[in-house]
Design a protein around this ligand. Sequence first.
Ligand code: NDP
Length: 256
Amino acid sequence: MPHDRFDLRGRVAIVTGGNGGIGLAMARGLAQAGADVVLSGRDAAKGAEARGAVEEFGGRASFVTADLSRPEDCLRLVEDAKRSMGRVDILINNAGIVARHRPEDLNLAEWQSVIATNLTSAFLCAQNVYPAMKGAGGGKIINIGSMLSLFGASFGAAYGASKGGLVQLTRSLAVAWAADNIQVNAILPGWIDTAMGASARSEVQDLEGRVIARTPAGRWGKPDDMVGIAVFLASAASDFVTGAAIPVDGGYSIAG
Ligand code: NDP
């Protein structure tokens, strides 16, 4: 155990959807704690900017353009990370999309796209990093769920199914790989002010006020609110924490 249990020097992290929003905030947090970081997303221009923002902390960073709804891109991302950085110790499955329609209006292509991007990619990226983590004697996998991992919403059939599925995937991987010293946990963010948060506010009536009214902390979350939990779950500080799904939500999920 290192003297500083939160020290990530010498560690390599992959952050999917790391070119903006919550993913970029977590990537910067890991870099500040000493990790080298591989970011990915579909938008290469956002990726180049994000890479610069991560490199500010002095470690190595790279960006891999990948559409993780495609299984072959999930494999290529992991192979690229191993080749460029030499190892993979931390995987954050953060890439996500939403299709906000009532279930009767949700078409099959939208359903499949949300499940492929949010859930299947997490399974495949985890499966692809497993041999490297096992070979290195351990690793950390962090899946980004949602309040819709816990609750239903009329507009959340596909998104909620994917995010609920992520929690159960987290538990199964945690049990399967505990003996390999790989800890697998999920973070369940509350409502966070990002591009996705802004689109939710514009598409869901009265959401802004309803979230503030229900959240004991009295505000929306910021991407930086996810940094502490990400560093904790990526570091030796959480070596006996596995299979957990931890809300980081200003109290939203426990408010009556
Ligand atoms: P953003 O829309 O800002 O970020 C989503 C990220 O996912 C982007 O980096 C995007 O990059 C990437 N992404 C989307 N589709 C794909 C794809 N097919 N392949 C690869 N990357 C992809 O939203 P947030 O930062 O808010 O969301 C991050 C995660 O947090 C998501 O999983 C979301 O569900 C979750 N979350 C967000 C909450 C919120 O209130 N904002 C609340 C709870 C959970 P690109 O466009 O370049 O592909």
